[in-house]
Design a protein around this ligand. Structure first.
Ligand code: FCB
Length: 468
């Protein structure tokens, strides 16, 4: 009898030594306790109160009740063998009106949280701004007001003064594109405004705030590893017709280069400046701003979820703008093409190759610091069966994107770590609690946590430092 030859096991794809394996969350999405211990209101509390703004009419007042359950949530993180945690601080918890008085109880919460991480062998990666601007600053013009950038730098300095003996890794902003363009052009995010000109001003002041905060963090008494977190997409033209190529140039310009160029190269892309000229003459950019914005960074955070395939239409099609054109100001004549790819529960195309291309592009086009994948993950219609959550789609998404990262590293990209979005199901902004991204399920009635299959799968990858 001939023996059946064994199928050789697929080789494990090892990640570089020291690769960081973590999970991410954000304050407003998990903490709850929005009126406790002196926290001031934020622009997201205000937007949640606006009828129709949040899909399920919910808000962040309880969320995952993490403010009270942080110890067991850190235990959970440790039980998965993860050794890094990307969390954000709520500015209105630290400074209820965004300036002046510090709220000792708010800072004390983050003090305990950081100590709790260190006790469990978890390295903190703190994000200073994940969208929850103090409402008092919004009342004075928010990010449309240049002064907010300086207030942000003050908050960064104060926070680092208090936590910098234990926190080394700091991100200034999370996804400034969303704050500027979803917040001020499409109005889907707080502060829920719909004026393209305001979106351009806000985007500059956010970047200025980033630069000023980065300088403050570097100038503090403690060594700081400073980064910014940008959401990037691969943008491809539907054909090589001039109209499609130009559509892709414009969307890539607003979505990616509008942030990468000033932060990494100290200039705004000239073609995009020309594109937005109908809304803004950029006269608010002052001498020296771009030097500040391009302050040296120690790492670049990349959030990646999906990519866009776009077509240029012969005529503007207002009202028929494709999947998400409204925040891309001036692109009413661009349509996002449905390629028939598998989509997550957000309706986002799954394009792992876009992540590889994005990372290789950064290495090719920019003088960039090392990269951390600060968010990547997917929402699905999870079901609990006999107390378990079997989520093969999330596992597949995870494997495909980690594979894309391994490919990018092989192609020369300097990627040093990965943070799964998200540790917990949580408040998904305008979608409320209707979309679940967690590798751990949260039952919002009981606050019970259940590790999903994807959580166990991810833990095994992290333990092996390799993808099988
Ligand atoms: C990103 C956000 C994060 C989360 C994911 C799904 O844009 O940074 O808070 O909502 O999307």
């Amino acid at each position: 009898m001939t023996s059946v030859p064994e199928t050789p096991a697929a080789p494990a794809r090892a990640f570089p030594d020291g690769f960081v394996w973590g999970a991410a969350t954000a304050a407003f999405q998990i903490e709850g306790a929005t009126t406790e211990d002196g926290r001031g209101p934020s622009i997201w509390d205000t937007l949640c109160a606006r009828p129709g703004a949040i899909l399920d009419g919910s808000d962040g007042s309880v969320a995952c009740d993490h403010y009270h359950r942080w110890e067991s949530d850190l235990d959970l993180l440790a039980s998965l063998g993860l050794t890094a945690y990307r969390f954000s601080l709520a500015w209105p918890r630290v400074m209820p009106t965004g300036r002046g008085a510090i709220n000792e109880a708010g800072l004390a919460f983050y003090d305990r949280l950081v100590d709790g991480m260190l006790e469990r062998g978890i390295t903190p990666y703190a994000t200073l701004y994940h969208w929850d601007l103090p409402q008092a600053l919004e009342d004075d013009g928010g990010w449309r007001n240049r002064d907010t950038a300086y207030r942000f730098a003050d908050y960064a300095a104060i926070t680092q003064f208090r936590l910098g003996d234990r926190v080394r890794h700091w991100a200034t902003l999370n996804e400034p594109w969303c704050s500027a363009f979803l917040g001020h052009a499409s109005g889907e995010h707080a502060p829920g405004r719909t004026d393209p000109a305001e979106a351009v001003v806000a985007s500059h002041h956010l970047l200025l705030g980033h630069g000023l905060a980065a300088q403050a963090l570097h100038g503090g008494r403690r060594p700081a590893q400073v980064g910014i977190v940008i959401n990037l997409y691969d943008v491809t033209p539907a054909s090589d017709s001039p109209a499609d190529l130009d559509a892709a140039r414009r969307v890539d310009g607003l979505q990616n280069r509008w942030y990468l160029d000033p932060v990494l190269a100290g200039s705004y892309p000239e073609d995009v400046v020309a594109d937005v000229a109908a809304y803004s003459d950029m006269s608010f950019v002052r001498d020296g701003d771009l030097e500040t914005i391009s302050t040296r960074l120690d790492w670049l955070g990349v959030n990646y979820y999906s990519s866009f395939h776009v077509r240029g239409l012969d005529a503007p099609a207002p009202g028929q703008p494709g999947a998400r054109p409204t925040p891309w100001i001036g692109t009413e004549d661009v349509e996002v093409v449905d390629r028939g790819l598998k989509k997550t529960a957000m309706g986002w195309d799954i394009v792992p190759e876009g992540l590889r291309k994005t990372l290789v592009r950064i290495a090719r086009d920019y003088d960039a610091p090392p990269i951390l994948i600060t968010e990547n993950g997917s929402a699905w219609e999870d079901e609990v069966v006999d107390g378990e959550v079997h989520d093969p789609d999330r596992i597949e998404y995870l494997d495909q994107h980690l594979g894309a990262i391994a490919d990018a590293i092989a192609d020369g990209a300097d990627v040093r770590g990965y943070f799964a979005w998200s540790l917990l199901d949580n408040f998904e902004w305008a979608w409320g609690y209707e979309r679940r991204f967690g590798i751990v399920r949260v039952d919002y009635d009981t606050q019970e946590r259940t590790v999903k299959d994807s959580g166990r799968h991810y833990a095994a990858i992290a333990a092996a430092n390799a993808l099988r």
